[in-house]
Design a binder for this molecule. Structure first.
Ligand code: PLP
Length: 417
């Protein structure tokens, strides 16, 4: 690998470099500093937004030197064209990889782009894969409407049914795709158990941990091969961009980078910078989301106008034992049923003053929704029923507002039920 001579990138001299012998930096410190060492330039404390579509070469010899060396290095010496890489985006990727304790990470233009490219790269005609039932709706739609067209078969298994997963494995099964915690019932995976099943059958595993974030859970440490995030949610954290991420070992991320050069679902430099900026406060934000999540879940569970609460931090949640074992916090999303009918539930939602009505989650602003209306309005009532999406179901994504303010607001809104 040749050394770059024309760059003003400062490595080491002023960059953050955890020492071998020093205390291992915590997630909070990593969120601020990790991944940026290579990309510090002009003595700037921040990673610059490298707003360019392409990159130039000093002379033909430099170009030949570049094309003769590996195009997709783990840590590339330089870039060639915007669809193949950008320094600002690379820094954000390196930071996410450090937080997930993985070799590498790849950013994509949305969470769905991360999911669809992963499935497209890992599966071919004649392959079979397994997906858990309550995965993100659009993920299931992609399996149903796209992958079947290419002769890729999928078996759906109920979450928590590990024997069912093992029983669904066929000789052509290549991948087990799951999600944890899930939406809206916050089911949590036993990552080690899933990884063990997959490894015994030489199958890869991918888990969408958008609701968890690497602050609360790191499935790679349990032997899961790939972690997927909708960066749109907690990682970027400000309800102001769309992006996704795939995290794993170099072998897989390199294949994904190469496919991204063909599929084209990249994030632009500005978006890369906003992700990097959002990640700096991920640790602090998650502390607040986790604290409010638990406090609000307990408040709701004790409230007479609330029938049921799903939050993995509550002992009443079916997956509380495994969540308590594997998660450092339980996040800011809570699902609950109002003790009333659909219209009473809408009255409650309309009476909330802090959470605004809307889809999505994981941002600094609290958002609230009735899944039966926002996501399942046109779904057959029987199907909706079988998925457990009642008219009284509410999903609340707590932002980083003061916990006591959120509880007071929910209390006054529950009076309207
Ligand atoms: C939002 C979401 C996605 C899709 O991400 P986009 O960034 O909206 O494309 C995938 N999985 C989960 C769990 C999500 O919440």
């Amino acid at each position: 690998m040749s050394h770059q001579s024309q760059s003003d990138v400062v490595v080491g001299s002023n960059g953050y470099q955890p020492q071998e012998s020093a205390r291992q930096p915590s997630q909070l410190t990593q969120a601020v500093h990790a991944g940026e060492e290579r990309y510090i330039s002009h003595h700037s404390v921040t990673v610059p937004i490298v707003q360019t579509s392409t990159y130039t070469f000093k002379d033909t010899a430099a170009l030949i030197d570049f094309v003769e060396s590996h195009m997709f290095w783990d840590v590339p010496e330089r870039e060639e064209y915007g669809r193949y890489g950008n320094p600002t985006v690379r820094a954000a990727e390196a930071k996410i990889a450090a937080l997930d304790k993985a070799e590498d990470a790849l950013l994509t233009s949305s969470g769905m782009a991360a999911i669809t490219s992963t499935l497209l790269i890992m599966l071919s005609t004649g392959d079979h894969f397994i997906i858990t039932e309550d995965c993100y709706r659009r993920t299931r739609a992609f399996c149903r409407t796209f992958l079947t067209r290419f002769g890729i078969e999928c078996t759906t298994v109920r979450p928590g049914d590990y024997d069912g997963i093992e029983a669904a494995i066929q000789p052509n099964t290549r991948l087990i795709f799951s999600e944890s915690p899930t939406n809206p019932f916050m089911r949590c995976l036993d990552y080690a158990r899933l990884a063990d099943i997959a490894k015994r059958h030489k199958i890869k595993t991918a888990v969408d941990t958008t609701f968890g974030t690497p602050m609360n859970v790191r499935p790679i440490e349990y032997g899961i091969d790939l972690v997927i995030h909708s960066v749109t949610k907690y990682l970027a954290g400000h309800n102001d961009l769309l992006a996704g991420c795939v995290v794993g070992n170099f072998e897989i991320t390199t294949a994904l980078r190469q496919s991204q050069g063909v599929l084209g679902a990249v994030v632009d430099p500005h978006c890369g910078y906003l992700i990097l900026r959002g990640l700096k406060t991920l640790g602090l934000r998650m502390r607040q989301h986790n604290a409010s999540g638990l406090a609000v879940a307990r408040f709701l569970e004790d409230h007479t106008k609330v029938k049921r609460v799903w939050y993995p931090g509550l002992e009443s949640h079916p997956d509380h034992p495994i969540a308590a074992q594997t998660m450092e916090g339980f996040g800011g999303v809570i699902s609950f049923e109002i003790d009333g009918d659909g219209p009473a539930t809408s009255r409650f939602i309309d009476s909330c003053r802090i959470p605004r009505i809307g889809p999505s989650l994981g941002g600094v602003e609290s958002l609230i929704e009735q899944p039966a209306i926002i996501s399942y309005y046109d779904t057959d009532p029987d199907v909706r029923q079988s998925l457990g999406i009642s008219d009284e179901l509410v999903r609340l994504s707590l932002g980083i507002e003061e916990t006591a303010d959120l509880i007071a607001d929910l209390a006054q809104a529950l009076d309207a039920v």
